[in-house]
Design a protein around this ligand. Sequence first.
Ligand code: NDP
Length: 328
Amino acid sequence: NRRIVLASRPQGQVSLDNFRLEEAPLAELRDGRFLVRNIYLSVDPYMRGRMNDAKSYATPVALGDVMGGGTVGEVVESKHDGFAVGDKVTGMFGWQDYAVSDGAGVRKIDDTRVPLTAYLGVAGMPGVTAWYGLNKIIAPRAGQTIVVSAASGAVGSVVGQLAKLAGCRAVGVAGGAEKCRYVVEELGFDACVDYKAGKLYEDLKAATPDGVDGYFENVGGEVFDATLSRMNPFGRIAVCGMIAGYDGQPVPLKQPSIILTMRLLVQGFIITEHLDVWPEALRTLASLVAQQKLRYRESIVEGLDHAPDALIGLLRGKNFGKQFVKIA
Ligand code: NDP
């Protein structure tokens, strides 16, 4: 069993020598367990936080432990009544070829109408994150303007499409002309602002002539500042992520007083603390994917040994759409 473990904790930016590829023998399967062969590993921004030994909502990965992560895979051996050889499953099986499970937190999936990778993206954790922040925190009404940062990514792409389905004006913020073109032309957002083009505030102002009623925050830093200054009174902000600061960079906020003057509601959330909404959100998202009403894009890297590069790339915006590693 090949696996990638945390070799050292990053000081500032994460680098390849923070990881180590190891071979370890598979233990004999005990009763009540089954063996999964991982097919795709989901690479997600939260993984960077788990590499730090800092107080957070989740426990860090211990040095020498396998890096955690969601995967889709296939049951290849089973001594568990609920799981048979050939079942496709998704669970937290980590950065490795094989994993043993007792079934806790594992979901059987059907890839006849929804592709396997979608269960880690649009019809999985990132999709539910988008659904929750938009519907439960921003709670948009038709005609309102909703802005989302990291708009071409796994979460952001779903936020804007759900906002459009709810009758809103959807405005994305993304890095580069190519990502912005995709967000407008292929995902159907009304506008997308390229924050790397050098006039973020002016471009955002032009894209939000009626101000901003709801902001879905994925990034932090200058994008947060620019959007804050476009908020309408009683606007709502779902703080989902602050990726601009994950790899050791500070993300200062220049004008927090706007929260007071515009009487904004600002709510952070962690999607794994809202398990009650997952069944409804997953049903809705899977059905929209099957009806081709939700579009998405994927960045797939081949080979478990390239998982560290994939995470480093994700933290620098090199991914274009949901990032995966194809393991098998
Ligand atoms: P994405 O697919 O959006 O990939 C990350 C994107 O972030 C990059 O492509 C890049 O897009 C952007 N980015 C990276 N670095 C920077 C930077 N320094 N400044 C601005 N943008 C940057 O990832 P996800 O959709 O998986 O995650 C999006 C956000 O949602 C993350 O912040 C993540 O932590 C958060 N999240 C939170 C959850 C929760 O429970 N609260 C659950 C899941 C995700 P670009 O090129 O456009 O800049």
